[in-house]
Design a protein around this ligand. Structure first.
Ligand code: ATP
Ligand code: MG
Length: 318
């Protein structure tokens, strides 16, 4: 079944990563990059890799970091017509270093980059008119102007009968942005599918325990909640109950982008008409393949890749 056009709105950046684990960037380090990145960009690239119609509303600078991203998205089948090129601003960037404990330190240049100047222009309006499903990342809601753009896009898509998914995707470095918590809560109320990472489930609720948070969020009118649990797999909740999927056993090379690929695959499968359990299976396969490759967008998969992983581990007790 056809999904219709799936759209994301938000930041595009390059990621440059330290080659050695440790804390922060306060000494000279070997670095590798730029890699195409930005949570919404990774999400939409994964949608396109599955063969579904995909488009993105974003803004980059007139520089190689922007071109690198546009060329990758276009190559993978994303409609890049609503990615604006701002002549005066620089494409966003993130320097990332992994600590020994698996945590990450970031130096972001996003707020004052071209991503901060994203707006709903005529090309974005055209894309939204054809949009059947819109995905929003909480990480994209880092200024009043961007919150307004995202809310406007959600309203347009919902008014024309489309659906919305929302991944809070909040890092400690960005939750400090003014107005962000209120914007996340508003987005939670207006989404159909909510895709938090474990601790994010209770971040926006009055309830402080999982079961309470799930009941509270379903009562808001959210139809499906999918909790991402890293190497512990993922859980799906709706009014009919809960379903858990274990993770695939893979070596973790680079966890960045796993949640974005997971979410994109879940949403695409559901829009194709697949049931929740099958969609969850494909999504966990997509997350597993994403962590096996260095680079945030490098681990996006086709259905052939996902089917190969699923059949290779069929019968394994995970
Ligand atoms: P991020 O925001 O860093 O992209 P996330 O926190 O949103 O990630 P995770 O829970 O880390 O999301 O990963 C999403 C899914 O990918 C998990 O639910 C799981 O199915 C799969 N996954 C993640 N890490 C691993 C791993 N080490 N081994 C196997 N599967 C994994
Ligand atoms: Mg995430």
């Amino acid at each position: 079944a056809s999904t219709g056009m799936i759209v994301t709105i938000g930041e595009i950046l390059v990621e440059i990563m330290a080659e050695t684990p440790g804390q922060g960037f306060r000494e000279p380090l070997p670095l590798i990059g730029p890699f195409p990145s930005g949570a919404p960009a990774i999400f939409i690239d994964q949608v396109a890799r599955l063969g579904a119609p995909a488009g993105m509303i974003a803004c980059v600078g007139d520089d190689d970091f922007g071109r690198l991203n546009i060329e990758r998205l276009q190559r993978d089948g994303v409609d890049v017509g609503a990615i604006r090129i701002d002549p005066d601003l620089v494409t966003g960037s993130a320097f990332v270093r992994y600590r020994e404990d698996g945590e990450r330190d970031f130096v972001f240049n996003i707020r004052h980059s071209a991503s901060g100047a994203m707006r709903i222009d005529d090309a974005a309006e055209r894309l939204l008119r054809s949009c059947r499903h819109l995905h929003v990342m909480g990480s994209s809601l880092f200024s009043d102007h961007l919150i307004e753009a995202a809310n406007g896009a959600v309203a347009r898509v919902r008014d024309s009968g489309g659906t919305v998914s929302f991944d809070p995707n909040v890092r400690k470095e960005i939750l400090r942005a003014p107005g962000m918590r209120a914007a996340l809560q508003e987005m939670l109320r207006r989404c159909d599918i909510f895709l938090p990472s474990g601790p994010e489930l209770t971040l926006l609720t009055t309830a402080t325990d999982e079961a309470g948070a799930i009941a509270e969020i379903l009562a808001l009118g959210v139809r499906e909640i999918v909790v991402k649990r890293g190497a512990d797999g993922a859980s799906h909740y709706d009014r009919d109950g809960a379903h858990h999927a274990p993770a695939f056993g893979v070596a973790e090379i680079d966890p960045t982008g796993a949640g974005d690929c997971f979410g994109a695959t879940f949403v695409t499968c559901r829009l194709m008409g697949m049931g929740a359990a099958d969609s969850l299976r494909y999504a966990t396969a997509s997350g597993a393949l994403a962590v096996g490759v260095r680079g945030p967008m490098e681990g996006a998969s086709s259905f052939a890749d996902l089917d190969a992983l699923i059949s290779s581990q069929a019968g394994d007790a995970t």
